[in-house]
Design a protein around this ligand. Structure first.
Ligand code: DC
Length: 225
């Protein structure tokens, strides 16, 4: 089949989707879109406006109002891409603990999802793209030419998150991170709209025990197959 035009990478929090997805895009010379960053930007906007994460009506309106733009890094500080929320750089702000805590609640609201999915499909129309998220292969781009479902055990994902935070000078206990990951898995997998699951035609890649380089090779291999 050769190299597909659209590559969908889904999987749970911390499986390595963003890291691997960005590298796959770089290798292929494709656009990269991490859709999780879009839900995070809406969650951040809600926090800043004091909107309750259970207020579906206000959040739905907010998701339509805010302008989210994701593009190549504008600052060389380790970021894989720059996220703008109404023109302001929120690349690191969307990674805060406060956003982590409410983003799954925000992402389960059907109208919030509709607003994001519409923009994601519009971006995909530009062509060669690697898009990562939870529902890309199942809902956003069901016709994607290649679908990868990236997984790792919860323990491994908590360990990676601990390392990632430590690299940014933040300290959280592994147990705490594991609890948070399991809670998000539960919320993301059991929501009624677009729950996290592998598309029937997705290729499963398990990354436990693999280095980033090894996981990348494996994903490139199945992507180009
Ligand atoms: O991948 P992430 O941790 O940055 O995602 C943040 C949240 O957004 C997470 O709770 C799942 C949700 N999400 C989603 O529901 N659909 C997507 N396509 C991407 C992320």
């Amino acid at each position: 089949m050769g190299t597909p035009r659209t590559v969908a990478i889904d999987g749970p929090a911390g499986a390595g989707k963003s890291t691997i997805g960005a590298l796959v895009a770089e290798r292929l010379g494709y656009l990269f879109l991490d859709t999780g960053a879009m839900y995070r930007a809406v969650a951040l906007a809600a926090l800043r406006r004091g909107i309750d994460p259970d207020d579906a009506e206000r959040l739905s309106a907010l998701a339509r109002q805010v302008r989210i733009a994701i593009g190549p890094p504008t600052v060389r500080d380790g970021r894989a891409y720059t996220v703008l929320l109404d023109g302001a750089d929120v690349t690191w702000a969307i990674r805060g603990e406060d956003v982590d805590r409410i983003v799954s609640q925000v992402a389960r609201i059907p109208k919030v999802r509709d607003a994001m999915v519409e923009q994601q499909r519009e971006i995909a129309k530009r062509g060669r793209i690697v898009m990562v998220g939870r529902d890309i292969g199942t809902v956003v781009l069901p016709e994607a030419e290649r679908k990868v479902f990236l997984t790792a055990s919860a323990a491994e994902r908590a360990r990676r998150r601990e390392e990632e935070l430590a690299a940014r000078g933040q300290k959280r206990s592994r147990q705490d991170l594991l609890t948070e990951i399991l809670r998000r898995d539960e919320l993301d997998s059991t929501r009624t709209v677009a729950p996290l699951r592998a598309a029937s035609d997705a290729i499963l890649v398990e990354t436990d025990g693999l280095s980033v380089g090894e996981a990348l090779d494996r994903v490139l291999q199945v992507t180009r197959a």
